[in-house]
Design a binder for this molecule. Structure first.
Ligand code: PRT
Ligand code: MG
Length: 211
């Protein structure tokens, strides 16, 4: 039997991916929110899930530690996903990659300081619009940076905008619309073609029913 390993993160992507997996007959036997297991067997004998950090999904799939992964486009853009197949937009965990600044802040002329965990995306965006930006890498709580004078602006994903608002910030420029994508290891796609193609077809069918 050709075993298939699917990498998923535990947060909102997992919640949105679960119904999709379920339609493909893949239901984890343990609930990752209750279990400490990182490898979950599923109701399909040939499919395991590995539960990892969202930002680690492309790495696992790139190295073939997982055959398939579900990852946000934000994470894929930041990782650089040339080494992966990205055959399907799952349309889940949608959000927007935005710049945000303090409400009413004057426009900055010249070099700006940008706090973000998306260093590569921010660099590409600001160089693309011809703005000189010093990018400051943070691992969380980006919204705090402008409030304490660490940065003029942040780059982060925004959903409802409530987090920005609660911290006196407002969304400014849209950098990219984000949704989660199915990614596939290139060698797996060849070696396990039949089972992966079957899964892709099933996901496509489920998504088609949604629109
Ligand atoms: O473990 P790690 O923290 O790295 O990841 P995670 O556990 O958060 O992963 P997971 O599975 O939750 O997936 C994160 C992915 O969800 C991101 O890579 C995005 O593609 C997608 N996504 C969709 C979001 C949001 N919406 C979102 N709102 N990721 C993060 N947020 C943050 C946002 O930055 C803000 O701080 O959630 C907060 C609330 O957002 P508002 O705008 O609704 O207030
Ligand atoms: Mg998170």
């Amino acid at each position: 039997m050709n075993m298939l390993t699917i990498a998923v993160s535990k947060g909102r992507i997992y919640d949105d991916a679960l119904p999709l997996l379920e339609e493909a007959g893949i239901v984890p036997i343990d609930d990752p929110k209750k279990s400490r297991k990182l490898i979950l067997r599923t109701t399909r004998d040939d499919v395991n899930l590995v539960i990892i950090r969202a930002t680690d999904v492309p790495t696992f799939v790139e190295y073939g530690a997982a055959d398939i992964g579900i990852a946000g486009k934000d994470v894929l853009l930041e990782h650089g996903a040339e080494s992966l197949y990205e055959p399907l937009d799952l349309g889940i965990a949608k959000c927007r990659m935005m710049t945000a600044t303090p409400v009413g802040a004057p426009e900055i002329k010249g070099r700006i300081r940008v706090a973000t965990k998306y260093v590569k995306i921010a660099q590409q965006y600001f160089s693309g619009i011809g703005v000189q930006a010093e990018i400051i890498k943070l691992y969380g709580a980006m919204e705090l940076a402008p409030l304490v004078g660490l940065a003029d602006c942040i780059v982060d994903v925004v959903d409802t905008g409530n987090t920005l608002k609660a911290n006196g910030l407002e969304p400014k420029e849209l950098i990219a619309n984000i949704s989660s994508r199915l990614v596939v290891n290139k060698a797996s796609m060849k070696i396990k073609h039949q089972v992966i193609q079957g899964l892709l077809d099933q996901f496509k069918k489920t998504l088609a029913k949604r629109d």
